[in-house]
Write a protein that binds this ligand. Structure first.
Ligand SMILES: NC(=O)c1ccc[n+]([C@@H]2O[C@H](COP(=O)([O-])OP(=O)(O)OC[C@H]3O[C@@H](n4cnc5c(N)ncnc54)[C@H](O)[C@@H]3O)[C@@H](O)[C@H]2O)c1
Length: 349
């Protein structure tokens, strides 16, 4: 299959690109290379004859038309987005432009391409979205997000992703574009940009800096290992039913405080401090405005209809992730100088 992957120089997109090439798919990676991008994430496939890179902005409709005409993809996996909630609080405009207008541009360019090709039934427009569109869950472990949970986004980021989900469904209902959607929980793993919680904790711990926990650390997330997620996404683009959405979760709910303590324990074993534990560096800081209390995915649909389950527990995935950061300082060190990284963002409200 020839896949057009947007955002393939980012965290999840690059995992999709690496896995798709490894499985023999042709991949065109379309990415604007914003502050969050890193071409080193796809260096392992850059020389493959199956791989092509196109630097383009999804806000630039003419560039998208050219890329669709030049490559004639069989399917689109649309991941390009502004993805950091804290940045969406300080500057929502980029999230509206890229996540909503950019998705609209992608849909229109894909629709024109699909029509030129004679509306092939096998074409897919796969929109990669987030469980944050469903809002916040109560503490009751029996209550989880399903594909029919009403949308209730709370942050500029999640509202922009909810809007883009609605556009994708509308292009299916109105124009017949063969779409599939996925809404996943929090990802973690190798190549995670060092402004997100898990890499911040690992890198601050190693640097002897405070480990910031927003609020009291009781917020619960359902952690999904990024390589498991990439595997699920390729399954959905190949086997998912047209017009259907699938929730993808890691079946690994943890409070932020539990997660950070686990990371500290792994670091205590792998890179012991001269005295004490990394957990001594934990510091509670002002909470994020509108911080959702709990996210948890009911993965019943993707499990029963497509036979997919995550392959690792959060403890196994965190162990691999910590080891990856210990082994890849040359990857993360230069990223610490990028704009906003290492600063507390998103406290204005
Ligand atoms: N990280 C998570 O835990 C998570 C969870 C649920 C859903 N998602 C969704 O998955 C997708 C990928 O997330 P990620 O964490 O890999 O994000 P990321 O920030 O690591 O990567 C985003 C990529 O998109 C590119 N991009 C941004 N704006 C662009 C534009 N205007 N034109 C072209 N390229 C542009 C960036 O250069 C970057 O390479 C996003 O759509 C996000 O909403 C992420």
């Amino acid at each position: 299959m020839k896949l057009l992957v947007t955002g393939g120089a980012g965290f999840i997109g690059s995992a999709v690109v690496r896995l798709a090439v490894a499985r023999g798919h042709e991949v065109v990676n379309l990415d604007a290379l914003t502050y969050a991008a890193c071409l080193a994430n796809v260096a392992s496939v850059a020389e493959s004859p199956l791989y092509t890179f196109e630097q383009a902005d999804i806000r630039d409709r003419a560039a998208l038309e050219r890329i669709f005409a030049a490559h004639a993809p069989d399917a689109v996996m649309h991941l390009a987005a502004e993805s950091h909630v804290d940045r969406s609080i300080d500057g929502p405009g980029d999230f509206i432009d890229t996540n909503i207008t950019g998705t609209y541009n992608m849909l229109e360019a894909a629709r024109a391409h699909w029509q030129r090709q004679g509306r092939p039934a096998e074409f897919r427009f796969h929109h990669i979205s987030t469980d944050e569109v469903f809002g916040s869950l109560p503490a009751d472990p029996a209550v989880k997000f399903t594909e029919t949970t009403p949308y209730d986004p709370r942050s500029p980021y999640s509202a922009s992703k909810a809007a883009s989900d609605h556009l994708v469904r509308a292009w299916h209902e109105t124009y017949g574009l063969p779409v599939v959607l996925t809404n996943c929980s929090n990802n973690y793993g190798p190549y995670h940009f060092p402004e997100k919680l898990i890499p911040v904790i690992i890198l601050n711990a190693l640097a002897g800096k405070p480990l910031p926990i927003y609020g009291d650390g009781s917020n619960i997330r359902d952690w999904l290992y990024v390589e498991d997620h990439a595997d699920a996404l390729l399954l959905v683009v190949e086997k998912g039913a047209v017009g259907r959405s699938y929730n993808i979760g890691g079946e690994n709910e943890r409070t932020n405080l539990e997660l950070v303590r686990t990371l500290c324990a792994i670091l205590d074993t792998k890179r012991p401090k001269a005295a004490g534990s990394y957990a001594d560096q934990i510091t509670f800081v002002t909470d994020r405005p509108g911080h959702d209390a709990r996210y948890a995915i009911d993965p019943g649909r993707i499990r029963t209809e497509l036979g997919w389950r995550p392959s690792v527990t959060v403890e196994e995935g965190l162990e691999r992730t910590v080891q990856w950061y210990l082994d890849h300082e040359t990857w993360w060190r230069p990223l610490l100088d990028r704009q906003g990284v290492g600063q507390r963002l998103g406290v204005k409200a």
